[in-house]
Each structure stands twice: as structure tokens, then as C-alpha cells.
Design a protein around this ligand. Structure first.
Ligand code: ADP
Length: 293
């Protein structure tokens, strides 16, 4: 029950976007992190069988992406970043269309499947509504419901919480947790705290290569004892930024409160505190320091 990416490469013209990428993931929720342009969307489109690649292969649940994309397609769900569908179709009509695309057969089974997925995302009472009548959050929930049709082994979601309010985010997180017990969820987001709260594991991509593939806790452990908070004035901030990796600066009482990453404490700037690290700190550290496997 795993997805193994093996020396995958993808070029757009001469632009190498995925570069000999290899990693393996088993069941659970995996967050995909990387700077803009790191290749996250390209990777997700390739895994979703929507985009070809130049070299390498992906083995999904024993099938080869290169040789057996149809078998793989039946086992996956995909929610793209800009999910916009026929605005004049109703939710039910659209769900039927996606069920047909996924190759579901048997009218009774299809209706049951659609109704279950709509209940899970809380849209059952809106099934008759047209897509253009839905709020941003409802559209997103509809996108999740179609991706979960036929309970895929691999669910790929790009920026899933954009447009969701805080309550909807929590509901979405709970839905993913119950869904992912025996499955793989790969989700990409720019909101790093969303990954900490939703994912057990994280994959960090840089220039199309994998820098880190492991648990969120282990990633954070890498920066334990390296994150400091200190207050400095403007002149000192300049000096400090030459010496340490600045994570954030907050103006406070006419001074700058600086969160920074360094092996040793910023002793010469006066009082400082050792901070509890988070995934954002770990992400910066790994992006700066790790070369990948
Ligand atoms: P991310 O999702 O991590 O921001 P993308 O996969 O969208 O990264 O893009 C990776 C790189 O590939 C970027 O340099 C982007 O400009 C380029 N790219 C993406 N899609 C295309 C395309 N259809 N044609 C040419 N270049 C593309």
C-alpha cells in the first residue's frame, strides 16, 4: 500500500522542474511544502495522471504510472488548485458526471456513493443547487466530495483550505483524518500551520528534488535548541541579520522583537529566550541546510 516515486524528471522546454525526484510514502496524511516554483503542482498533476513526464516512473499500489495509468486513475482522487466546474450544473448533476469519469457503474451504487460523500462534507441539503450559487467554502467542499468519490486509495489535494472559514477548516481536518486511516492523502498548502495540525508527515521539495521526507515531529526536532527571541534596535537588527537567520521581526515598544535561528544564543544583544520550535522554523532550516538524499 504505497506510492514510490523513482528518479522522476519533468522538463518544460529546457526548464527542469522535477529533478531525479525519489521518495516513498505509505498510509497517512503527507503535507507537501516548497517555495513557489518548487514543482509541487507539477508533481501533483503527474501523480494524478494528468501530465506526462520525461524520465523515471511512479509505482502506485503495484501499478506503473508509465505503463498502467488507467488502473491508477481508478484508484485516485484529485482536487486541483483552481477547481471551477460548469457553473450552471447542479451539485448532483456534477457529482454524477465525476462518477461517470471515474468509471463507477450501477445506478443504485452511484446514487448511494454520491449521497454519502455529500453527507460527509455537509452538502446533502444543497444537492439541488447550481455551482454558481455556492459560496467559496461550499464550492471547496463540493470539490472535496468529488475527489473522495469511490473512496480512492490516494487523495491528492492542492491548497485545500483556501476559501474555508476556521470552522470549515476544522471540519475538513477531521474529515481527512477519518478518511486517511487506511489511505494516502497528499496535500499541498502555503499555510504551514495547516500542515502541522493536519499532517503526520511532510515532504519538502526544493527545485524539484526532495529535501526531507519524514514525520513533522522529526523535522521540528532538527531545530530544537536553535530558535531564539531577542529585542534589538534598528541598527542591531542589521548586524544580527548578517550573523543569524532571521525568521520574523515584530515591532514592539519602539524596538524589534526578532525570532531567529542560530546554533548559539544571541548573547551579545542582551536578554534573550530559547523558543519552542515549530514547522515553519524547521522548513527554513531544512531549505537552507539540507541537500536531500
Ligand atoms: P509550485 O506548485 O511549487 O509553485 P509549479 O509546479 O507550479 O510549482 O511550477 C514549477 C516551475 O514550472 C515554475 O518555474 C513554473 O514557472 C514552471 N511551469 C509550471 N507549469 C508550466 C507550464 N505549463 N509550462 C511551462 N512552465 C511551467
Amino acid at each position: 500500500m504505497s506510492v514510490e516515486v523513482e528518479a522522476l524528471s519533468k522538463k518544460y522546454g529546457s526548464n527542469q522542474v522535477i529533478n531525479q525526484l525519489s521518495f516513498q510514502i505509505n498510509k497517512g496524511i503527507f503535507g507537501l511544502l516548497g517555495d513557489n516554483g518548487a514543482g509541487k503542482t507539477t508533481l501533483m498533476k503527474i501523480l494524478a495522471t494528468l501530465l506526462g513526464f520525461n524520465e523515471g516512473d511512479v509505482s502506485m499500489f503495484g501499478y506503473s504510472l508509465r505503463k498502467e495509468p488507467d488502473a491508477i486513475r481508478a484508484m485516485l482522487g484529485y482536487l486541483p488548485q483552481n477547481f471551477d466546474f460548469f457553473p450552471d450544473a447542479t451539485i448532483t448533476e456534477s457529482m454524477n458526471y465525476f462518477a461517470a469519469l471515474k468509471g463507477l457503474i450501477g445506478q443504485r451504487r452511484i446514487q448511494e456513493e454520491i449521497s454519502q460523500r455529500l453527507v460527509e462534507v455537509g452538502l446533502e441539503e444543497h444537492a439541488h443547487k447550481k455551482i454558481k450559487q455556492l459560496s467559496g467554502g461550499m464550492k471547496q467542499r463540493f470539490g472535496i466530495a468529488q475527489a473522495m468519490l469511490n473512496l480512492p486509495q490516494l487523495l491528492i489535494i492542492d491548497e485545500p483550505t483556501v476559501g474555508l472559514d476556521p470552522k470549515e477548516r476544522i471540519a475538513f481536518r477531521n474529515l481527512l483524518h477519518s478518511f486517511s486511516e487506511d489511505r494516502i492523502v497528499l496535500l499541498s498548502t502555503h499555510i504551514v500551520p495547516d500542515i502541522s495540525s493536519t499532517c503526520d508527515n511532510v515532504l519538502i521539495l526544493k527545485k524539484g528534488s526532495c529535501l526531507y521526507n519524514g514525520s513533522v515531529d522529526e523535522a521540528i526536532h532538527k531545530v530544537e535548541g536553535k530558535i531564539w527571541l531577542v529585542e534589538v534596535d534598528k541598527g542591531q537588527l542589521q548586524q544580527l541579520s548578517n550573523e543569524s537567520r532571521i525568521i520574523s521581526v515584530v515591532r514592539k515598544r519602539g524596538l524589534m522583537q526578532v525570532r531567529l535561528l542560530d546554533n548559539s544564543p544571541p548573547e551579545k544583544y542582551g536578554e534573550y529566550t530559547l523558543e519552542t520550535p515549530n514547522l515553519e522554523d524547521a522548513y527554513l532550516y531544512i531549505s537552507d541546510n539540507e541537500r536531500g538524499p
